[in-house]
Design a protein around this ligand. Structure first.
Ligand code: SGN
Ligand code: CA
Length: 531
């Protein structure tokens, strides 16, 4: 299938004008451009604007600048905390069971309209760079320069119209190269038309490989472990006990934690781990490999000499994991800064809305975990920052419940394009004023389907309101686990760490009934076909 279009094709130039409310004469005259920056697995805990302890130790000044000049969303969520499903929500404005992309490797219904197609048809120049990861070709883009599947950190392969859709290796670090291609799109654009550009970084996805220039950054910093690191899952359903995403048990010494020196010992978890790691190292140029080993070698030797065991080893794992992760974030932040500097130089800051988000949240050791998938806050939530001069008050904060199905309607709204009837998400534009409309959604629906699969997180759906969350885990017995049909209820106000499952506890009958009814209503209204 080749659904992409030729660069600069002559299309109707129905362009949206930025409204002049507070925007000044200059902004009102220029068409509105859209830049959607989306990282992969970036936790809000590691963006300093969110005020978390990790973000304070590893600051992100350029991303913070977007928040200082725009709006920080503190209750932004995904519908299905996994890459391809999340990207399908972004492109279609539909829930997973509606757009077909329920699991990581299966599904997109390509007959569904992508917002990029509608923007393109209304005169926007559209581009996507970096991690596309949809299970179909880029659809509705004049320009694409995308990574193969998850992409690689070093010397990754990209495909584009220029390579006739063939993947070609490019030398460099993924985060930098992705920004290069974003700037390339901007350089080549038709100055007469507005643009919409999706800048989708691979970082900080597993296995968290930093640029060699940052391989030693934060080495002497001790990052605090989250309060819930040693969660014993006492009040929960079995799902929390049977997952395979624990830092202590499931994070691997070689591929994840980069102790190359152990690859010929009993520490490696089999050929898959060794193979994945070897492939990452083999991709490097001799210079990159040398710089890499120069940074990791001495630190690894130091750790090996200590012969760490038990909890000491777990704590070392945590430090190595967080450090590599925030090293990747450092490059992301630099490259956001480079993109902003380019927009400034090109005088595009006034008439471009800039959105910063991630395809989902991530566990930074909360509940002992890495990865995502669960409906607990750290992975259900995602960072979201929007800068829109003249329309959004600098330094503002939004606490309305928003979700990744809302991006497509928002971008259509900003471009003055009517939202198709089937799109279920809601435009975020009314929130930009700083006041939440009284009829704004009071409940969010979540649904995770990717089981049995990597990390073995059971299927579940649920609802969340301002204060409470109800989760229902379901599934038959299989070769990995017993059958599950189990509920959890959390009071996020009194128990923000979600440690105390209140389902079935006396005193919670009313709230349980209310949330159960709402969950049933979502399932019926949205025609959900499994739960
Ligand atoms: C890979 C990772 C998993 C991760 C999925 C989904 N394993 O399979 O840890 O959960 O991607 O991530 S790895 O050994 O290949 O690194 S997602 O961001 O694409 O949803
Ligand atoms: Ca992801």
């Amino acid at each position: 299938m080749r659904n992409y279009f030729i660069w600069g094709g002559g299309l109707a130039s129905v362009i949206a004008l930025a409204s002049c409310a507070g925007g000044g004469e200059k902004a009102s005259q220029k068409p509105l451009n859209i830049i959607h920056i989306m990282t992969d697995d970036h936790s809000y805990q590691t963006i300093s604007a969110y005020g978390h302890a990790l973000g304070r130790l590893a600051p992100t000044p350029n991303i913070d600048r977007l928040a200082a000049e725009g709006m920080l969303f503190r209750k932004a969520f995904v519908e299905n905390s996994l890459s391809t499903p999340s990207r399908a929500c972004l492109m279609t404005g539909l829930y997973s069971h509606q757009n077909g992309q329920r699991q990581l490797g299966a599904g997109i219904d390509t007959t569904k309209t992508f917002f990029s197609e509608l923007l393109q048809a209304h005169g926007y120049q559209t581009g996507v760079v970096g991690k596309w990861h949809m299970q179909c070709e880029p659809k509705g883009f004049d320009y694409y320069h995308v990574l193969d599947d998850q992409g690689e950190y070093y010397n990754p392969r990209f495909k584009s119209l220029e390579t006739n859709g063939e993947y070609v290796r490019e030398e460099g670090y993924a985060t930098t190269l992705t920004t290069d291609h974003a700037i390339e799109f901007l350089e080549r654009r038709d100055l007469e038309k507005p643009f919409c550009l999706l800048v989708h970084h691979k970082a900080p996805h597993r296995n968290w490989m930093p640029d060699t220039k940052y391989a030693n950054l934060y080495e002497d910093v001790e990052f605090p472990m989250p309060e819930t690191f040693y969660d014993d899952y006492a009040t929960r359903c079995d799902a929390a006990r049977t997952q395979e995403m624990r830092i202590a048990d499931d994070m691997t010494m070689i591929y994840d934690l980069k102790v190359d020196e152990l690859k010929d010992t009993d520490a490696y978890r089999g050929e898959r781990e060794r193979g994945s790691w070897q492939a990452s190292i083999d991709r490097m140029t001799p210079e990159q490999r040398e710089a890499w080993m120069a940074a990791y070698g001495p630190n690894n030797e130091k750790m090996i000499a200590q012969n760490l065991k038990g909890d000491d080893l777990v704590r070392w794992k945590y430090q190595r994991y967080i450090k590599d992760y925030v090293r990747c974030i450092k490059s992301i932040d630099d490259e956001v800064g480079r993109l902003l500097a380019y927009l400034e130089k090109e005088n595009l800051m006034d008439n471009t809305i800039i959105v910063y988000t991630s395809d989902q949240g991530f566990y930074m050791g909360e509940h002992g975990w890495f990865d995502k998938r669960f409906m607990y806050e750290e992975s259900f939530r995602t960072p979201l920052i929007i800068r829109y001069p003249g329309k959004i008050e600098p330094g503002s904060v939004c606490d309305a419940l928003v979700q990744n199905i809302d991006y497509a309607p928002t971008y259509l709204d900003l471009a003055g394009v009517e939202k198709p009837d089937e799109m279920v998400g809601t435009s975020l534009v009314p929130l930009f004023s700083g006041t939440t409309p009284s009829d704004w959604r009071k409940y969010l629906y979540y649904h995770f389907y990717d089981y049995p699969a990597y990390h073995l997180v059971r299927r579940h759906d649920g609802v969340r309101d301002e204060r409470y969350k109800l989760i229902h885990f379901y599934g038959d017995k299989d070769e990995y686990n017993e059958a599950i049909n189990c509920n959890e209820l959390y009071d996020l106000q009194n128990d923000p760490n979600e440690l105390n499952n209140l389902y079935g506890q006396p005193g919670y009958e009313e709230v349980t009934e209310r949330l159960s009814q709402r969950l049933d209503q979502f399932r019926a209204d949205l025609k959900v076909d499994e739960y």
